[in-house]
Ligand binder design. Structure first.
Ligand code: NAD
Length: 481
């Protein structure tokens, strides 16, 4: 019998009020293997009410040290269940086993970091004339909404929900219809280790129904959204109607800039991994590589060999590159590749599909495209697949112009041994994170993350996120001299 997963509201399972469901597919095979509740405004309303009740009750009244210990207990429980969560995540998203395991551990790490930060988040006293004492408090927003995409459910949930809970908010989460299962289990685990009812609620369903209802709900005090610029725009507009602040993380077209003095040997595997990880479905994927002309053909030749050696296949076989999330995403990537073909952009290399890859899976082998004109759609738009666009450049100035020449600004990588150039580039690149002689710095939770332009705004991760999930209250007492 196929399992139907329900909403998790106030620490209890509940179906959509009309019993409707959405099918869940395994991206490695295309088969339906589960169903989730297809919720809408009524379920979102119940979840917001439960969160408000928790915020005004047990959860909101909990001392910071107790809240800290609770988040640390959740972290430990996630570690204890990491294998189980990784299996769910792998089946649901098509992630290769190693990546699913890493994502489960990352979710636990978010709860560890923010659990440890709860009782270190404090306000200030402000120098003012001596007949006053002025101080600031950091207060939670209240009920926070979290709209999570399908590419890294466990990680993106961890990064936004752990921070929001640490700051004292109660959360309502709308996971992506394509990948909810791990998050439902995390909410259940959190309840098992003592998270009060209503502090964390999960409502599943379609974006246009449950997601839109959450974004427009007047009982929400803050919304954190990760996904496409188009949906981010709709979420921001819905929130604006209620004057609700939003954090938007909307992806990118992130460049890695390789200068001729770079340590190429170190750069090559990183360039490859930055685009094949999660089959290129990563907001911070290194989807453009800009290579100084003097070394362009050498680097492309070596990169081509790495691409050709990649294995694409079913997630459970732990390939280099798993399937894309669904048939729509696969069609979208194929359309971009047809456009490359029409524009005469050359395919320099492609990876191999495992002979035993299931015929119904949504597979796209990694593709390396050469000499992509910087203003072509392929070099401008987020493809969200394992497609790397390479472009040569001559000077540092030109590299900056090309790197900054898209509507996005999330992450950038720079490969050079020249210390002055490292910092010049870091200053000039339009990105929320710049990595020098590495890419991603292993994704540490400590590192503030977020973009500008079409990549969105607001910062997640690190202490910055805690600031985003609180509002400052200034208290001025006039006591006389
Ligand atoms: P999407 O932005 O539509 O979905 C992201 C989340 O928003 C999901 O939970 C979805 O249910 C929800 N959502 C959808 N419509 C909504 C609405 N009207 N109101 C509120 N919530 C809504 O992304 P998608 O359609 O699944 O993917 C399309 C493209 O978005 C991808 O090809 C990729 O380029 C981009 N994307 C980026 C990220 C990222 O991490 N930045 C993640 C997923 C997708």
């Amino acid at each position: 019998m196929m399992t139907t997963y329900m909403n998790f509201i106030a620490n209890e399972w509940s179906a959509a009020y009309d019993g409707r469901t959405v099918d869940v597919h395994d991206p490695s095979t295309g088969e339906t293997f589960a169903r989730i509740a297809r919720s809408g405004g009524s379920e979102v309303g119940r979840a917001v009410q439960a969160a408000r009740h928790a915020f005004e009750g047990e959860w909101g009244g909990m001392a910071p040290a107790a809240r800290s210990r609770l988040l640390l207990r959740i972290s430990q429980a996630l570690l204890d269940h990491a294998d189980e969560l990784a299996v769910l995540e792998q089946r649901d998203t098509g992630k290769p086993s190693r990546q699913a395991q890493a994502d489960a551990l990352a979710a636990a790490r978010y709860f560890e970091f923010y659990g440890g930060a709860v009782d270190k988040l404090h306000g200030d006293t402000i120098p003012y004339p001596a007949d006053y004492t002025v101080l600031t408090w950091r207060e939670p927003h209240g009920v926070t909404g979290h709209i999570v995409p399908w590419n890294y459910p466990l990680q993106i949930f961890g990064r936004s929900v752990a921070a929001a809970l640490a700051a004292g908010n109660a959360c309502v989460v709308k996971p992506a219809e394509d990948a909810c299962l791990s998050l439902l289990r995390v909410a259940e685990i959190a309840a098992e280790v003592g998270l009060p009812a209503g502090a964390l609620n999960i409502v599943t369903g379609l974006g246009a129904e449950a997601g839109a209802a959450l974004a427009a709900h007047p009982g929400i005090d803050h919304i954190s959204f990760t996904g496409s610029p188009q949906t981010g725009h709709a979420v921001q507009q819905a929130a604006a109607a209620n004057f609700v602040p939003v954090t938007l993380e909307l992806g990118g077209k992130s460049p890695q800039v390789v200068f001729s003095d770079a340590d190429i040997e170190s750069a090559l595997p990183v360039l490859l991994n930055a685009i094949i990880q999660n089959a290129g479905q990563t907001c911070s994927a290194g989807s453009r590589v800009l290579i100084q002309r003097a070394i362009y053909s050498d680097v492309m030749g070596r990169l081509a060999k790495l691409f050709e050696a990649t294995r694409t296949g079913a997630a459970s076989d732990d390939p280099d590159c798993g399937p894309l999330i669904n048939a729509r995403q696969l069609a979208r990537v194929k359309e971009y590749l047809h456009e490359a073909d029409d524009a005469g952009i050359s395919v320099v290399a492609r990876g191999q599909l495992d002979a035993n890859a299931p015929s119904g899976g949504y597979f796209q082998v990694p593709v390396l495209l050469g000499d992509v004109p910087p203003d072509h759609r392929l070099a401008q738009e987020e493809i969200f697949g394992p497609v790397l666009c390479a472009t040569p450049f001559d000077t540092e100035e030109e590299a900056v112009q090309i790197a900054n020449g898209t509507a996005y600004g999330l992450v950038a990588g720079v490969w050079t041994q020249d210390g002055g150039r490292q910092f010049r580039m870091a200053r000039r690149l339009r990105a929320g994170q710049v990595f020098i002689n590495n890419y991603g710095a292993a994704g540490g939770v400590e590192l503030p993350f977020g973009g500008s332009g079409q990549s969105g705004f607001g910062r997640e991760k690190g202490f910055e996120a805690l600031h985003g999930f609180t509002k400052v209250k200034t208290v001025a007492l006039r006591h006389g001299r």
